[in-house]
Write a protein that binds this ligand. Structure first.
Ligand code: HEC
Length: 468
């Protein structure tokens, strides 16, 4: 019996055209009858209303059985349902009034019936084709219709696994069929509660168990299988997205944990890094005007072999940036390598590393540096003296170091300094205000404000390491 009702429901999208046709015809006939010339079609009005009434009621019933499948947006469905019932009710009244003499009330009811039919039809279209189906293509050329849910991530370690890494994937790749607009399989994937609720066949997310989570299992299936998600022909998940999804479930990150709070196996690091690289490349360090020799291929290779990311800062430029993102302790050999590129280095990212006495000296010899990130290192007031010769430095990040007010004052000799980051140090309150007076041309960042204005800079400088 249930399957029969379900089968009947499938005819709803076809059946609804009948009341639309019959009732519109009835309304047109009724309107024409006001002229004497068309008086003869008066009996046809009653018949048209009768057919409209019957088909409207049948449509309501089939719509009801279709909607019990639960695949539709509930709010829109609710409106559509009541408007549809309204059309049926008005058609009964219309039928009853059809052979009564023309009156103001009859005209108003006719007009209302017409409006109801249009709205119900439009809501029905929205349910099947999705929100905005009518205007799609009309206005969207000017806008970017492929709006991505992804935003750049400044510091992937601070990102919330679900909110910042996973939800954007679900929105991009699953949202078309599993969101407020549509709930294929009775499943929504656009929020924690929906994901936990699951679909028609039950739970889809089992924290800690990727292969026990339908959500991930479906993605893994052979793409030719009917149950594979996203279905054939739709944009598929990339390997990296699949890795992230697997890691999200397996690591028990659930919905609130940050990247730094969960275990990060070696294999997931490239995917995590990739999420962040967009932010890192947002603003290039200033490049000095002078010419320098090209870094030799062998030095390049040695640096890369040491795990340092070395990149030219621009096409046709010999200047380079170096990122120690995967290095925790800077060895003597690495320092020796760094020394070989001390003229070419304009951007150096050493945050979260442990640096030797000698390393600080070598950094001080990289005189073309415009940006230096040494936040969360073992920097102290003693070592900062090594840096006073960096006469091109514009950005310096000292967040989370043991630096004191006296130490920072040593940097007054660097006239080019534009941004100095001092959050999570012992410098606070009045010290900070006094320091700012001594650095009139530099924006000092205490970690509490300025952050919004300097979003891009902060992102650059605080983009963190992935180290285990
Ligand atoms: C083009 C539409 C479409 C897209 C995109 C899509 N799905 Fe589906 N999904 C369906 C349909 C239709 C069903 C119901 C039929 C079935 O169970 O195979 C379904 C069912 C499911 C179910 C089973 C729900 C249940 O309990 O029955 C899961 C889990 C699922 N999809 C996950 C996903 C994931 C994850 C993505 C994105 C990576 C996704 N889907 C993208 C159309 C889609």
């Amino acid at each position: 019996m249930n399957t029969l009702i379900e089968f009947f429901g499938k005819f709803h999208p076809v059946l609804v055209h009948l009341p639309i046709g019959f009732l519109l015809l009835a309304l047109v006939f009724q309107w024409l009858c006001r002229k004497e010339k068309y008086f003869a079609i008066l009996p046809a009005v009653k018949i048209a209303f009768l057919l409209g009434m019957i088909s409207a009621i049948v449509s309501c019933l089939s719509g009801w059985s279709l909607s019990s499948g639960g695949e539709y947006d509930e709010t829109t469905l609710d409106y559509h349902k009541w408007m549809g019932i309204g059309v049926a009710a008005f058609s009964v009244v219309g039928y009853w009034l059809a052979d009564k003499p023309s009156s103001q009330i009859k005209n108003i009811l006719s007009a209302l019936t017409f409006v109801l039919i249009i709205i119900t039809g439009h809501l029905g279209g929205t349910l099947t084709h999705g929100d905005g189906f009518l205007t799609k293509g009309l206005f969207e050329n000017a806008k970017d219709s492929s709006k991505s849910a992804r935003k750049t991530i400044a510091n992937v370690q601070e990102a919330v696994v679900y909110t910042d890494l996973i939800q954007p994937i679900l929105t991009d790749k699953c949202g078309g069929c599993h969101s407020a607009k549509k709930q294929k399989g009775g499943l929504r994937l656009d929020g924690q509660d929906w994901i936990l609720k699951g679909g028609k066949e039950g739970k889809v997310f089992v924290s800690g168990n990727p292969t026990g989570s339908e959500l991930y299992k479906r993605v893994l299936l052979d793409p030719l299988e009917e149950k594979h998600m996203p279905p054939k022909g739709k944009p598929q998940l990339t390997e990296q997205e699949m890795n992230l999804m697997h890691w999200w479930i397996e690591s028990n990150a659930a919905f609130t944990k940050k990247v730094k709070e969960v275990n990060q196996p070696q294999q997931i690091l490239p995917a995590l890094l990739a999420m962040q690289s967009a932010a890192v490349s947002m603003k290039k360090p200033s490049i000095p005007d002078g010419e320098v020799d090209k870094v030799s291929a062998s030095v390049f290779e040695s640096l890369r072999n040491a795990g340092i990311i070395v990149l030219p800062v621009a096409a046709n430029s010999n200047y380079v940036s170096a990122n120690f993102v995967s290095i925790k302790k800077v060895t003597q050999e690495t320092v020796a390598l760094l020394k070989q590129v001390n003229k070419q280095l304009v951007w150096l990212k050493l945050d979260y590393t442990e640096l030797s006495e000698n390393s600080w000296k070598v950094i001080g010899q990289c005189t073309n540096l415009t940006r230096l990130s040494i936040d969360h290192t073992n920097l102290t007031d003693a070592q900062i003296l090594n840096l006073t010769g960096l006469k091109n430095l514009q950005y310096l990040n000292l967040v989370g170091t043991k630096i004191t007010t006296q130490g920072v004052q040593q940097l007054k000799s660097i006239a080019t300094l534009e941004n100095l980051y001092l959050g999570q140090t012992s410098i606070k309150g009045n010290d900070f205000i006094n320091l700012q007076k001594q650095f009139p041309k530099t924006i000092l960042d205490s970690g509490n404000y300025h952050l919004e204005n300097l979003a891009s800079d902060t992102q650059l400088l605080k983009a963190p390491p992935i180290k285990k």
